[in-house]
Design a protein around this ligand. Structure first.
Ligand code: CMC
Length: 444
């Protein structure tokens, strides 16, 4: 590169830059560095392809910031999680889910009046269009509730046309409220359908978590009283799952939304992505794993399997792409598990004892210590949910319900970002070069 071009390049890049040199040709480029409010800086490669003709390569996005965001911050080394600057410990201990929803969507904690108005807006949308009931009945009786969720949430696009214009801020807000509000109704209906019980309509005199427990566990034939300890634990589980920056499902929502797709379709895409066992499906997998292990004396055998590279078994609920320390959400849930089991008179629940023993032994084991593999949010949630009466097939549904606000907040942030463009990653092509077409009768 000639000197004047290099100087112009450096000037355009701004004060903080990184230099990248192609050793083969000796050519150099200055890449701008941008600092975030906290956390690692980014080397801005937006002009990299135009300038150099090369792509960057990062499958799995281990070193790539796909967007800028002001919603959630994670320091994986410290085990720190902040929403709009507030620690997850404070939010889980002192706040409630509706307040956290407002915070994620609007950036600040609400005043008493704002909170009241927000709760009214969310409550207002809690019923589903009655025709959606027929849609539910089309599913097979043994459908996994996550399959029902993907279908039913996508189908909202067919019922709520007046909130699908993403260019209208009012419609964006109405769609956000509808999604947060209807998700418990849809989730409870998915459960009721799977157990063959009548759907229970929402009750707007109950708070968000109480209403969800009521729609899930009440039956028309009997009075149902919501247990306040369980409602509080449910609310806390919702808070702990509300958002987690650019994870797989959130990135899926952003990518789907980047094409201009409607919000209901985007959230359905997020639910599909969450379903996998490496992501939200892990809470169901943890419980199944604990049941498979069965007793404390079999823990060492399963730890050996988790360490064996020739065995596909992994310790579910352990490890995280970002946390290289205890997941702060797991610490809160560990406490909640004790509270819920005490309340339900299940203090000696063998699965909890087994989970604690597994955690204790794994945290002393060099394999897990060296790789910084700690319990994650999914490790204890299944034990609480099982004790509350949810079947394991509903665990990921509850994660989806709670994460909806995070997906919606991130989707809104993306749509409102003037720098937003359609997401279109590139690739390192490893296939054939051009070749001649051979008619079928001449192929060997
Ligand atoms: N059990 C045994 N070994 C593990 C585990 C585990 N749970 N997790 C990671 N490792 C090992 C892995 O084999 C690798 O070892 P080596 O360096 O010798 O090849 C090393 O640790 C790094 O793992 P990785 O797969 O490269 O890490 P990743 O960041 O790509 O994966 C993860 C993160 C969460 C998918 C993975 O830790 C995992 O599969 N955990 C179990 C599933 C789980 O609990 N998922 C929930 C995540 S938290 C909630 C959410 O995000 O939805």
């Amino acid at each position: 590169m000639n000197e004047s071009k290099a100087a112009a390049n450096a000037a355009a890049a701004g004060s903080k830059t990184a230099t990248l040199t192609f050793n083969e040709t000796g050519e150099s480029w200055e890449l701008p560095i941008t600092d975030g409010a906290m956390g690692p800086s980014v080397v801005d490669v937006r002009r990299f392809y135009g300038d150099t003709g090369a792509f960057t390569y990062d499958p799995g996005f281990t070193s790539t910031a796909s967007c800028s965001s002001a919603i959630t911050f994670i320091d994986g080394e410290k085990g720190q999680l902040l929403h709009r600057g507030y620690s997850i410990e404070d939010l889980a201990g002192k706040s409630d889910f509706m307040e956290v929803c407002y915070l994620l969507l609007h950036g600040e904690l609400p005043s008493a009046e704002q909170k009241n108005k927000f709760e009214t807006a969310i409550t207002y949308h809690s019923m589903l269009h009655e025709q959606m009931l027929y849609f539910f009945r089309g599913f097979r009786r043994d459908a996994h509730p996550m399959a029902v969720m993907v279908g039913a949430v996508g189908a909202l696009s067919a019922f709520y046309h007046d909130s699908t214009d993403i260019t209208d801020p009012h419609q964006r807000m109405v769609a956000s409220h509808r999604l947060i509000s209807k998700m418990p109704t849809i989730a409870a209906m998915a459960y009721k359908f799977s157990v063959g019980q009548p759907f229970i309509y929402p009750r707007n005199d109950l708070n968000y978590s109480e209403n969800f427990l009521y729609m899930t566990f009440a039956v028309p034939a009997e009075e149902y009283k919501v247990n306040p300890v369980l409602a509080r634990a449910m609310d806390r589980i919702f808070i702990l799952h509300a958002d987690h920056e650019q994870n797989a499902s959130t990135s899926t929502v952003r990518i789907a939304g980047s094409s201009g797709a409607n919000p209901f379709a985007c959230i359905a895409a997020g639910i599909a992505s969450l379903w996998g066992p490496a992501h939200g499906g892990a809470n169901q997998a943890v419980l199944e794993m604990l049941q498979q292990i069965g007793s404390k004396d079999r823990v060492p055998e399963f730890l050996e399997r988790a360490k064996d590279k020739n065995d596909p078994f992994r310790l579910m609920g352990f490890g995280h792409r970002v946390y290289k320390n205890y997941d702060p959400r797991a610490s809160v849930l560990r406490e909640s598990a004790h509270e819920v089991l005490d309340e339900l008179g299940m203090r000696d629940e063998p699965l909890l004892e087994l989970a604690m023993e597994l955690e204790r032994i794994a945290l002393e084991d060099d394999y897990f210590v060296d790789r910084k593999l700690f319990p994650n949010v999914d490790f204890y949630s299944g034990i609480i949910l099982k004790a509350m009466g949810f079947p394991s097939s509903m665990f990921t549904v509850l994660f989806a319900l709670a994460r909806t606000v995070g997906w919606v907040a991130q989707w809104k942030e993306m749509i409102e970002d003037p720098q937003q463009r359609i997401s279109r990653p590139r690739q390192l092509y490893t296939g054939y070069g051009p070749r001649d077409y051979v008619p079928v009768d001449q192929r060997s």
